[in-house]
Design a protein around this ligand. Structure first.
Ligand SMILES: Nc1nc2c(ncn2[C@@H]2O[C@H](COP(=O)(O)OP(=O)(O)OP(=O)(O)O)[C@@H](O)[C@H]2O)c(=O)[nH]1
Ligand SMILES: [Mg+2]
Length: 450
């Protein structure tokens, strides 16, 4: 019989409420003697009913808490579980936790509640990863993607691929063992493998998007000096991060900061104004600016709309006027003196804003949303972890190897070896084929109480 575990599930900080979680076969047995109602009577724990209880030992009251009991298997872990919604003082929570430990519970390891859920088939590895992603989400895109994965469409799709590979292999092995009795399966196997290959390719295409959602979009803000790059940076962040001044060449070192645009996590880099200069420090800043722009996924090329375009602007347009970059014509609160049509000819995407007043800055939000269609994130979600991508890539490699082998007329037993490897790699994503060490490694990334 497994242990009954307990842990504080909320963050270790003083707060209005704090939750202690208990899970295991003896949840009721350990918890019930500690609970009383307001009249001092014993409390009968009914499944899924929140009950206001005093937590008492030896006639001493430790807290008043709302206790909810979930009877296994209809609980997060699949075992009997209780959640004690206590007052959120660190001392209070610790003292209630100690009562549970004295009663016979064991302190939970990090992620042990979720690991138990996985072992009891309540959660596959993909959903477990989605739980971490949801807890760690810092943007709407991450939140939506994690919730889609929790719904399980992606899990079902990958589990089905795993099942199909296993079925295919069973048929192949039947033929290898009983060639007289079973029809030669090469043609059907090949067709099915090609279908699986296409599905894996599709899933992997989604992982690029998953990486973007998780890692965020790198945006470099570049332009000639004094066009308002730092003002834009501060406007997007909502506070003064970069120094702004009317003296050209203010920003030297690149200033980086995270923000959210169009529901996506973004990393903004405000860079030194690019121009010809004899100042060696400014030159260094400019070379870093160019490097940042090269590394970035998106360049926001800023121009000052309140003055005619100069040599520096023209050179920048040649370098950055590419698909995927955005021209930002700034200082729209001033009379327009720049040749805006010229800029629009060089850039596919162009917006006019005033970084100082904030007018038009919502266009940047919209632009990121349109370009990276965060709202479209497939309803079933996309894979975000490197581990998942690596395993599916390995699965695809073996499927392709099996296809090649069959096409070249190798015997089915060789294809079967590749299909076994492919199934094993694909199964690792949902957890169908993982080892104990892998399970431990994955769940140790969770916090205690999750
Ligand atoms: N009128 C107006 N002035 C602006 C606007 N944006 C920036 N400025 C002014 O333009 C000047 C330069 O702004 P910065 O944000 O420091 O420009 P920068 O591009 O970062 O300049 P460097 O760091 O020197 O390359 C400051 O005086 C700002 O107040 C705007 O939208 N409208
Ligand atoms: Mg600046």
């Amino acid at each position: 019989m497994s242990d009954t575990i307990c842990a504080i599930a909320t963050a270790p900080a003083t707060a209005a409420l704090g939750i202690i979680r208990v899970s295991g076969p003896k949840t009721k047995e350990f918890l019930s003697p500690l609970l009383q109602n307001q009249k001092g009577e014993a409390v009968l724990l009914c499944p899924r009913k929140a009950t206001l209880c005093r937590i008492v030992k030896n006639h001493e009251v430790y807290d008043e808490a709302v206790v909810t009991f979930y009877e296994g298997p209809r609980s997060y872990t699949g075992e009997d579980t209780a959640e004690l919604c206590c007052h959120g003082g660190l001392y209070v929570l610790q003292s209630v936790l100690e009562l549970l430990l004295e009663a016979g519970c064991r302190m939970a390891e990090p992620g042990e509640f979720s690991k138990q859920a996985f072992l009891n088939g309540k959660l596959d590895l993909l959903k477990a990863q989605a739980v971490i992603d949801l807890i760690e989400a810092t943007s709407r895109a991450e939140q939506k993607n994690a919730l889609s994965q929790l719904e399980g469409h992606l899990s079902k799709r990958i589990a089905a691929l795993y099942d199909r590979l296993v079925t295919l292999n069973t048929a192949l092995l039947a033929y290898v063992d009983f060639p007289e009795e079973v029809d030669a399966p090469e043609e059907d196997t090949l067709l099915e493998l090609e279908k699986i290959e296409r599905e894996l390719e599709e899933l992997l295409a989604g992982t690029r998007r998953g990486q973007l959602i998780k890692e965020g979009l790198n945006i470099a803000i570049v332009g000639a000096p004094n066009v308002g790059k730092s003002t834009l940076m501060n406007q997007l962040l909502g506070y003064d991060r970069s120094i702004v001044s009317s003296i050209p060449g203010t920003t030297r070192d690149t200033v980086t900061e995270g923000c959210r645009l169009g529901g996506l996590k973004c990393h903004l880099a405000d860079t030194a104004g690019i121009r010809n200069t004899a100042d060696p420090i400014e030159q260094q800043g400019i070379s870093i600016a160019r490097k940042k722009a090269e590394e970035a996924t998106v360049v926001f090329a800023v121009f000052d709309g309140s003055r005619p375009l100069n040599e520096e602007d023209l050179a920048l347009m040649e370098t950055f006027g590419k698909e995927g970059n955005l021209a930002i014509i700034n200082k729209a609160d001033q009379p327009k003196l720049a040749n805006i049509e010229y800029i629009k000819n060089k850039f596919i995407h162009c917006v006019e804003i005033s970084a100082r007043t904030g007018t038009g800055c919502e266009l940047l939000d919209q632009w990121v949303q349109e370009q990276y269609s965060v709202e479209d994130t497939a309803a079933e979600g996309v894979l975000t972890s490197l581990f998942q991508t690596q395993r599916l890539t390995a699965g695809l490699r073996f499927v392709r190897k099996a296809i090649e082998g069959l096409q070249m007329g190798f015997t089915p037993d060789l294809a079967s070896l590749d299909i076994t490897e492919a199934a094993s790699a694909v199964g690792e994503v949902t957890g169908a084929t993982v080892t104990d060490q892998m399970i431990d490694r994955i769940f140790s990334r969770f916090c205690v109480g999750k």
